[in-house]
Write a protein of this length. Structure first.
Length: 180
């Protein structure tokens, strides 16, 4: 019994650490799938509950971050496929990840607007293209790390990045491709 209490306490400490380190990215990943702030917040909470329930099965084959990203992506994909989600109409919410320190308030406002506009364009991409952009540019993950999280080949990640960049460039220049 005492050993079980220690395990629960250790798992709670691990969960708190994971929530502090990765709470924002779990929210952002969820948001890229559902495009609605409140839904993404709910999904993030559910993902951390699932994470807590699965901590005893974590086998150290990957890092906690990779494991958590994989849980997040799989949970979000399942949620988006659900009938409940298909009947919802998402409300857009855009919040840039980073706030840059600038010399003037005006330049800060312009930079935030540019980031928000770009992120809005990223959200218009298909999920497969959107998720690689988020992981690669916003989270700074490598091709191999993204490949591992999404369970696809590295060349598939490279192809999706190429298509996403092409779509974004075309959309920014005035054309709207956004292919599946």
């Amino acid at each position: 019994m005492h050993e079980e209490q220690l395990t629960d306490q250790t798992n709670q400490e691990i969960l708190i650490d994971l929530m502090e380190k990765y709470g924002d990215i779990v929210f952002r990943i969820a948001f890229t799938y559902v495009k609605e702030k409140h839904l993404a917040e709910d999904l993030a909470q559910e993902i951390f509950i699932k994470c807590y329930q699965s901590l005893n099965t974590f086998q150290n084959r990957s890092s906690y971050s990779t494991w958590l990203y994989r849980i997040t992506v799989n949970y979000c994909k399942d949620y988006v496929k659900s009938n409940y989600f298909r009947n919802l109409i998402p409300q857009p919410f855009i919040k840039p990840k980073y706030e840059q320190v600038e010399d003037s308030v005006v330049s800060q406002i312009l930079k935030n607007e540019e980031n928000a506009l770009l992120f809005h364009k990223v959200l218009k991409l298909t999920v497969k293209l959107r998720e690689v952009i988020i992981f690669y540019y916003y989270e700074g993950l490598s091709i191999d790390e993204i490949s591992n999280i999404l369970k696809v080949k590295p060349n598939t990640v490279k192809t999706r990045l190429y298509r996403a960049r092409k779509n974004l460039k075309s959309h920014i220049e005035g054309g709207m491709i956004f292919e599946e």
